[in-house]
Ligand binder design. Structure first.
Ligand SMILES: [Zn+2]
Length: 105
């Protein structure tokens, strides 16, 4: 994982923080299977031995690229997709918890 990084598009290192979100390992099971898998990637592959992680969204002031940090490296992305294959592929059907319309389909 990369903490500090220059913009992958323009090379500048001038970021505006847009927001932060903390993910708590123990909360992963209360979401849809799609989201639960992403929590498992976070805590079983990317941030092993942590019980929470804060990701920061940042905007490149020069070109407008938006990223989050810590930023996964190629090996982290590879580990993510390998793990998704192991867990069983899904195709992003992320049904909102509170949507009765979706649930009654
Ligand atoms: Zn940029």
């Amino acid at each position: 994982m990369l903490i500090e990084t220059s913009c992958e598009i323009c090379g500048e290192n001038d970021w505006e923080v847009l927001g932060r979100r903390t993910y708590i390992k123990s909360e992963g099971e209360k979401y849809s299977p799609y989201v639960t898998k992403r929590y498992r990637i976070l805590f079983e592959k990317w941030f092993v031995e942590k019980d929470h992680i804060t990701l920061t969204s940042k905007l490149c002031r020069r070109c407008g690229l938006i990223i989050y940090t810590p930023r996964p490296e190629t090996k982290d992305i590879d580990a993510k997709y390998k793990y998704i294959e192991e867990l069983g592929q899904d195709y992003g059907r992320n049904i909102p918890h509170n949507s009765l319309v979706e649930i009654k389909r």
